[in-house]
Ligand binder design. Structure first.
Ligand SMILES: CC(C)(COP(=O)(O)OP(=O)(O)OC[C@H]1O[C@@H](n2cnc3c(N)ncnc32)[C@H](O)[C@@H]1OP(=O)(O)O)[C@@H](O)C(=O)NCCC(=O)NCCS
Length: 199
């Protein structure tokens, strides 16, 4: 199912009138991830994270199996530009990390955002922003009233643009479980009221 067809730098009108795709990229589609996408998802995550932060592909696939409408791909000209993996989860509870799990618990009214990554060559063109906006619209449709994530690398500034703020006490609370899976990796727990987000 195609969920959206737009983004800054990827408008269909631009692609129709301009010929040089290296300068003027083709239109971007935001859609649900499919089984064929996983090799490209894996390649993009390996280009984007240090080896110690790369996740097991079965664990990534688990998110899309449990919540297909919140695990999205951004694609242009048959190539994956980026992806987001998310699903509803109880507020302020940390899902198992880098693990295959069987079900989403009851009272899952918060969107937990596991991973948002864009291909290095596609960055700075609004790909991640387009994925987040489609994701927020779907999360609201599912009844989620908040969203949370564990921001790594230099991502806190990106998330702050959407209104996510750190809850330092929760960062501390999650540290032991997080560092059992990703020793030494810095992270910040961030959350926002989804109703107030600019979906
Ligand atoms: C963070 C990431 C997803 C951003 O992807 P992107 O496709 O380049 O993002 P966009 O083009 O939609 O950026 C939108 C805006 O956010 C800004 N932005 C991008 N990354 C940012 C960051 N790390 N900190 C602050 N601002 C950032 C952009 O400059 C842009 O600003 P503008 O609209 O004023 O030009 C991408 O850099 C990435 O995949 N990083 C590696 C993986 C990662 O760390 N993911 C987050 C895990 S929590």
């Amino acid at each position: 199912m195609i969920l959206a067809l737009h983004a800054a730098g990827f408008s269909p009108e631009d692609a129709a009138v301009r010929k040089n795709e290296a300068v003027n990229p083709p239109p971007m589609t935001i859609r649900e991830l499919t089984d064929r996408d996983w090799p490209e998802v894996d390649a993009i995550q390996r280009l984007s994270y240090p080896p110690a932060a790369v996740e097991n592909l079965d664990a990534l696939r688990c998110h899309a199996r449990l919540s297909p409408t919140t695990c999205l791909a951004a694609e242009a000209a048959g190539r994956l530009l980026g992806y987001v993996l998310a699903h509803p989860w109880p507020h302020r509870q940390m899902p198992p990390l880098n693990t295959v799990y069987a079900a989403i618990p009851a009272r899952a009214d918060s969107l937990y955002l596991h991973d948002l990554t864009t291909a290095p060559a596609a960055r700075g063109r609004g790909v991640a922003t387009a994925l987040v906006r489609v994701l927020f619209a779907e999360a609201l449709r599912l009844g989620c009233t908040s969203s949370s994530l564990l921001a790594v690398q230099d991502a806190p500034g990106f998330w702050a643009r959407f209104g996510y703020g750190e809850a330092p006490a929760v960062t501390l609370q999650f540290q032991p479980a997080f560092h059992r899976i990703f020793p030494g990796l810095a992270f910040r727990y961030m959350e926002l009221e989804l109703r107030r987000a600019t979906a």
